[in-house]
Ligand binder design. Sequence first.
Ligand code: GTR
Length: 326
Amino acid sequence: MKIVKTLASALLASVALATTSMACEVTLKSSDTHPDGYPTVEAVKHMGKLLEERTDGRLCVEVFHSAQLGQEKDTIEQTKFGVIDLNRVSTGPFNNLVEETKVISLPYVFKSVDHMHTVMDGPIGDEILEAFVPHGYVGLAFFDGGSRSFYNKVKPIKSIDDLAGMKVRVMQSDIFVDMMTALGANATPMPYGEVYSAIQTGVIDGAENNWPSFESSGHYEVAGYYTLDQHLIVPEVLVMSKISWDKLSADDQAAVRQAARDSVPVMRDLWVAREKASEEKVRAAGVEIVEEIDKAPFMAAMDSVYEKHVTSDKLKDLVSRIRATD
Ligand code: GTR
């Protein structure tokens, strides 16, 4: 009896598999460092549903969440080689590869999240998406990453002076290393997935991120002080491997691009809700939050970062156009 049951379920499973692969001629493999349910993961799943409907099931997307395919820097490389088709990452780890992404990773370059939306939804956003192509990626859409602030396990940061000598993890980009140096701290670039245990064991004192990442990563469990200095508003990006892209017909390419664009408003709604829920969870856990902080000295300290990184005419022009956008 047991054997019959096992055989029957094996048969059912193979029928299910066959149905899936018959329905989807091409299943695009998509990477995300965040867990299932996180706004970026859900937005790419939504994009996949739209694509499946609009191509009569020819194109599907499978999202590998929770860094199943690796940490961001490694997945960015694998995407270039077409091992991964789609990748949702912060634009930070792209800074050393695609020069134009540097301008949207600069501290305090955006006045607010609304300002970031206006810039990224307009011609500057399109120009930066285009800039990925010569490097082996097709930029499809920008997602939200809220604003990032400092957290640590040692003490509440109430001014720049409190950061002096602190070991703070940053994303792997020279801009963020220089940002921490300018603030008098010791920058430790490391992959996101290593941050929890690095704080726990004291390898670093803290890191920086938005509410949803601070919460979903569990970093708030080991870093009890969060200061809302909002030094970075870094958009996130969904890219496709140019190798995978070139295998698609022009119609399918257009469908991918449109589905990605249509996932943006969905992502933004999910983001607003998740920010609120994460904030509530972190506050309820007893994390000490420094709400009011004079940002002026933090902003003034960033002059050296701009001087070092905004050197070409192209980047200077982009920065001044971002600043001139209302
Ligand atoms: C998150 C972002 C991730 C990753 C992470 C990090 O806010 O969504 O893509 O970049 O930060 O700090 O590495």
